[in-house]
Structures are given as structure tokens and as C-alpha cells.
Design a protein around this ligand. Structure first.
Ligand code: FEO
Ligand code: CA
Ligand code: CA
Ligand code: CA
Length: 626
């Protein structure tokens, strides 16, 4: 950036906005440069070294991790790795039992956080989500569950794993087998229900008549890390674990809204062997999942807590920031076609001097849902946050809402009632440490353009194959604001296959960095925006030239995007954490060899592929990405 003067930089920012008409150009310039904060960001960008200090790498279909010159990777931990001294060894044929799996690293790792050890820069804890199961690899017979024992193994393999890690003299981070902090938090572990839905009639079951304690967390997608040192794990496709043994059962509107299927929505088949997941027999169990669950990694005996004030939906991640007056603000996406973006604002202020005082900050506050203006012609506009509070905005008994617990349990219905904007599958949200602007990946949506999901400015393409990243700026740069302005940071596409249509993407996408289905999203402390993909890795047709799923890095001011990492065959790259010194980047390789074709990471023909956490370092020990 140092060679650009301010005018050049503004031109660069503007030139990538392919969809903006001439009349809107002046407004777009104002959006970035016209406010005091925008000018600061520009000035910083001009005076500082370039934010991206590595070379863009080519797309790849290799069955390994590909990185820019000067970078290397190590595998930190893989599915099945024994956690404790007495845990069973991993067997590469899927034959470990459910009991053995409880002592091993879980399957399909996803979001994760790095918790520095107080006073020791070479020691840390990590909390890592284990989202769901790859049955061809999890079970020895390679089929979906055929028995209760199979289901128990699946339930033992999902949830969250807490591990201790340490840095050796060479600067490599290692997993510490046998640490007293290593812990599996799985689908049968008791956890507390807190917040407004605790004890609600819809939360009560025969096993828990008070509606205050639930077994387990599963479908743990992405995450959040609180300023008070706890981990938030976000329950996403929970309804995939439910089904009905009664084929004639009439699903309720509330069950349908969370896309429950009588036959089960996937290959889980848990409902056939465990009646807790049979909605014909235990209908309220469904309501006890789909929450954000808080875990204290530093207390291995602590009971996880489901924070119902944050709403029930298919949670992606939980991006936490503070309002100007010091309240906690949590941004959250609901990943299903046409679902919403939410934020929670705590009632109480964060007490920075007394972390324990914040332990229940997420139990009291207000949930809001985003409504973007419906101007279909512009990739920018304004929006507002609408409060989902019982008795307000029509969330009343006359309209079918009984109390605040009901509003939160049926957050989707509440969002629809107040007119929230249907988005192209909101995935991760990240808040810039530089200027507080908020970024959200909208991964794709083949239903856009169908009834009820008209094309609009923020979701600008029918049959959206490639996805886009939405960005907004809260009014007065206060995360607690009720108004915001938004634009699109990038519209993904394939400018080689579709040079002359909106499927080319925005002008910061080109033949060398193109990608599809942005998903994982995070800022590092220097303000680099890291983008991970969970998309079509067929490398043909609409996706020709994009290769395997990957990780890219963007300069949020210039809009430049470079490809940094490509994953092995059939994987998704998801989950990102940095050591505080930014010398280590932890990323997740989820479901390598989905559909076959990979032996990552063991590269032995007799071993099944395994989801893994990978650590990326620079050969010279420098800051990642710089
Ligand atoms: Fe688990 Fe929406 O990704
Ligand atoms: Ca995701
Ligand atoms: Ca995804
Ligand atoms: Ca996934």
C-alpha cells in the first residue's frame, strides 16, 4: 500500500465494486473514506507496510496442504488420537469402540479457540469442536449406524475436545497427551440449561421434568472465545440427529421450521436406536439443542452451560465484541438457506478487573435480528436490528408467542414475524480489530430467486453458487447500535468460466485467487481477514480452476485477496486460531477424503483419512501472513 496515494487507494477500493452503478460511486467512497474512522484506516494502510506479505499460491488438487514458499505445516492432532495416558490407541480401520472413542480426539474438527496459559507463553489450552461423523470412516463396517453401539460411538465422537498444547524449543506446538486438562465433551454429557428458556414447558422431558439439565452437545460447528476466558461452542445442524419411528406423525410448524424430517435428515439414524432422538417419543428433546453452549476449559470438572438468551437456531459461530459502554455483543449467523443474522446485547457491562463476575453475562440481555433495506439494485445500503423481546414488535400471545422462553426457542419464527431479511446461508461472522466493522460469509444459496427469497442487494444472484461476504458498520461505530450501513466486501465467482455475468464475481476476484463458498472467517490482530472455504471441490464446470477447499487472506481496506493455503482432497478447511504472537496458525482440515480419494494425514493406504488440526509456521519464525 505504501506506493499508493490516497486517491489511488480510493480508486482501488471503488474499482472492485463491479455492481455499483455510477450514481452510487460517490456514496461508496463516502462509506469507506468519508467518516473519521474510514480516514484513519486509509491513513494507516498508506503509512504501514503491506498487510499481505506472502505470494498468492495456485489452486491445487493435491492430497496435501499446500502453502506459499517459506511456510510449513505440522499435524497437531487427528481424529482418534488418545487423549489420556491410559486411552486406547487409534486403530486405522474404524474398529475402536464407543468407550475407546470417549478417550480419543473427536471426529470432524471444526471451530476452535486458543487459550494462552497465564504467565507461560509456551503453554496453552485449546478447545476444538467435533461437528459430526463421517460414517464410512468412523465405523468399521463403513455404513451409517446399524445398532445402539454404533450410535454410542457416534455420540462419543462429537461435541468438543479440550486439549493442552505446548511449544517446544524449535517453536513447534505439540499436543500434550495425558494432560489433566484433556477432556471430551460429548453428546451424552450432562449440561446445564440457563437463561430465559430454563425450566420452560417446551424444554421438559420425562428424563428431565424440570427442564434444567440436558445431555450433550453435538453438531458443534464454529465457536467464540469470551473476554472472560471461556469457550462458546455453537450447535448447528442439530435436527439432523432427530427423526421419527412413527411414519404417520404430523410434524408441527415449529419442528418443520427447523427442517426436521420424519425419516431423519441425514444418515445418522440415531432415532432408530436411542429414543431421546425419536420425536415421536421425546418431542421436546429437539428444543434442548440448537443453542450456544459455554465451556470453561480451565476447569475440567465444570459443567457446560447452554445459554438460551442467545436464541435457538442453526448456529454457525459467536463473534464477541463490546459496545461503547462496555456491554457484551455477540454476532451470530443461522446457516440455512434464507435464514437470518442475529446479535445479542448483554444487559450488564463487562467487569474487566474481575473475570468471574462475567460468568453469567450471557444470561441477561436482548436478542436482535437483522433487517436489511430491500433495495434490489444496490450492493450497499442500510439496515436495522429488530428486538426479539416478548411483548414487543408483535411477539405477543395474539400472534402465538407465549413468553420470552418461547420467543427464544422459536427464534426463527420470531425473526420471520418481525420481518428479518432472508440471507444466503449466514456462516461465520468476524469483527475487525481495526475499525469494528463486521464481516459475515454468506456461503451460497441455490434457492435464491425462488418464492419467498427474491434477489436483493445483499443477496444479489439467483441460484447463488459461489457466495459473498457481507460487511456492515454499526451507527456511530457502536456495536449496540440499532442501525447500520452495509456493503459487499467480495462477491465470489468464476471470471474464467463466466466472464460476462454476475457469476464472474466482484473485481477483487480473478483467475488466480477465485474460490467458492466462503465459510470460516476470522481477523488476526493486525487486521488481516482470513477466509476459509467449504465449497465444491470438483474443479470442473462452474468450479473449474478453483481446486480443493482452501484458505485465503484479504486486506480489508484495499480489498485484495490472496490464496494462502489449499487443503487435501475432499476436505473443507474450517476452524482458525492464532497463538498470541501470531507465529502459529492453527487450522482445521475437516472430512478429508469425503467420498474417497484421500489418505490425509497418515498417507498409508491401510489407514483411513482423518480430520486433523494442522499448525502452520514460517520457516523463519515470523508472523503468519506478514
Ligand atoms: Fe458447520 Fe454452516 O457450517
Ligand atoms: Ca461452516
Ligand atoms: Ca459451509
Ligand atoms: Ca462442515
Amino acid at each position: 500500500m505504501d506506493n499508493h496515494d490516497l486517491t489511488d487507494l480510493q480508486r482501488l477500493v471503488l474499482s472492485r465494486r463491479r455492481f455499483i452503478g455510477t450514481g452510487a460511486l460517490a456514496g461508496a467512497a463516502l462509506f469507506l473514506a468519508g467518516s473519521p474512522l474510514g480516514r484513519t484506516a486509509l491513513a494507516n494502510a498508506i503509512s504501514a507496510r503491506p498487510l499481505l506479505g506472502f505470494d498468492n499460491i495456485a489452486a491445487s488438487t493435491a492430497d496435501t496442504i499446500t502453502l506459499p514458499p517459506g511456510y510449513r505445516f505440522d499435524v497437531l492432532i487427528s481424529w482418534g488420537q488418545p487423549l489420556h495416558q491410559d486411552s486406547a490407541a487409534y486403530r486405522g480401520d474404524g474398529s475402536n469402540s464407543a468407550e475407546e472413542q470417549l478417550g480419543q480426539f473427536g471426529e470432524n474438527n471444526d471451530g476452535m479457540s486458543f487459550f494462552p496459559w497465564p504467565g507461560d507463553a509456551n503453554r496453552a489450552l485449546m478447545a476444538i469442536n467435533n461437528e459430526y461423523c463421517n460414517y464410512p470412516y468412523l465405523l468399521a463396517h463403513g455404513k451409517p449406524p446399524q445398532s445402539l453401539a454404533d450410535v454410542r460411538k457416534a455420540q462419543a465422537a462429537v461435541g468438543v475436545t479440550v486439549i493442552e498444547v505446548k511449544r517446544d524449543a524449535d517453536g513447534a506446538w505439540q499436543f500434550v497427551q495425558g494432560s489433566a486438562y484433556n477432556r471430551r465433551i460429548h453428546a451424552n454429557l450432562p449440561m446445564e440449561i440457563s437463561g430465559p428458556a430454563r425450566g420452560h414447558a417446551s424444554m421438559k422431558t420425562a428424563a428431565d421434568p424440570a427442564g434444567i439439565e440436558v445431555l450433550g452437545t453435538f453438531q458443534n460447528c464454529a465457536n467464540g472465545m469470551t473476554p472472560w476466558g471461556t469457550y462458546l461452542t455453537c450447535e448447528e445442524n442439530f435436527s439432523d440427529c432427530f427423526g421419527s419411528t412413527d411414519a404417520a406423525l404430523q410434524l408441527t410448524p415449529a419442528q418443520k421450521r427447523y427442517s426436521v424430517k420424519l425419516e431423519g435428515a441425514s444418515d445418522n439414524r440415531w432415532h432408530l436406536f436411542d429414543e431421546r432422538f425419536d420425536i415421536a417419543r421425546t418431542p421436546n428433546e429437539l428444543n434442548r439443542h440448537g443453542w450456544v453452549t459455554e465451556i470453561d476449559p480451565f476447569d475440567p470438572a465444570s459443567k457446560p452451560i447452554k445459554r438460551t438468551a442467545l436464541g435457538r437456531f442453526k448456529h454457525e459461530n459467536a463473534a464477541i465484541t463490546l459496545s461503547r459502554d462496555g456491554r457484551g455483543v455477540v454476532y451470530m449467523g443461522d446457516d440455512e438457506r434464507g435464514e437470518f443474522i442475529y446479535k445479542f446485547i448483554s444487559r450488564d457491562r463487562l467487569d474487566k478487573n474481575n473475570p468471574k463476575a462475567n460468568r453469567h453475562l450471557l444470561d441477561h440481555g436482548d436478542l436482535y435480528v437483522a433487517q436489511l433495506d430491500a433495495d434490489a439494485q444496490q450492493p450497499r445500503g442500510s439496515g436495522r436490528w429488530i428486538k426479539l423481546s416478548f411483548g414487543h414488535n408483535g411477539l405477543t400471545p395474539e400472534n402465538g408467542f407465549s413468553d420470552q422462553g418461547d420467543v427464544l426457542i422459536r427464534a426463527r419464527a420470531a425473526g420471520s414475524h418481525v420481518g428479518a431479511t432472508r440471507m444466503d446461508r449466514p456462516e461465520w461472522i468476524a469483527v475487525s480489530p481495526q475499525d469494528g466493522q463486521v464481516y459475515c460469509t454468506l456461503t451460497n444459496n441455490v434457492q435464491r430467486g425462488s418464492e419467498g427469497q427474491p434477489v436483493d442487494g445483499a443477496n444479489p444472484r439467483a441460484n447463488n453458487l459461489y457466495g459473498q461476504i457481507l460487511r456492515w458498520r454499526e451507527a456511530a461505530d457502536d456495536a449496540a447500535a440499532e442501525r447500520f450501513d452495509w456493503d459487499l466486501f467480495v462477491v465470489a465467482g468464476n471470471p474464467v468460466v463466466h466472464p460476462d455475468s454476475a457469476n464472474a464475481g466482484s473485481t477483487n476476484v480473478n483467475a488466480d485467487n477465485m474460490f467458492n463458498s466462503p465459510d470460516g472467517l476470522a481477523f488476526d490482530q493486525d487486521g488481516r481477514l482470513w477466509i476459509q472455504t467449504d465449497g465444491n471441490y470438483g474443479n470442473s464446470g462452474d468450479f473449474a480452476g478453483m481446486g480443493n477447499n482452501q484458505m485465503l487472506c484479504a486486506d480489508p481496506v484495499s480489498g485484495e485477496i490472496r490464496r494462502f493455503l489449499v487443503g487435501p482432497k475432499g476436505c473443507e478447511i474450517t476452524g482458525v486460531a492464532f497463538s498470541p504472537d501470531q507465529r502459529a496458525l492453527f487450522i482445521g482440515v475437516q472430512h478429508p477424503g469425503e467420498g474417497g480419494g484421500s489418505t490425509f494425514p497418515d498417507h498409508q493406504p491401510s489407514m483411513r483419512p482423518r480430520s486433523s488440526v494442522v499448525v502452520v509456521r514460517r520457516d523463519d519464525g515470523g508472523v503468519i501472513g506478514a
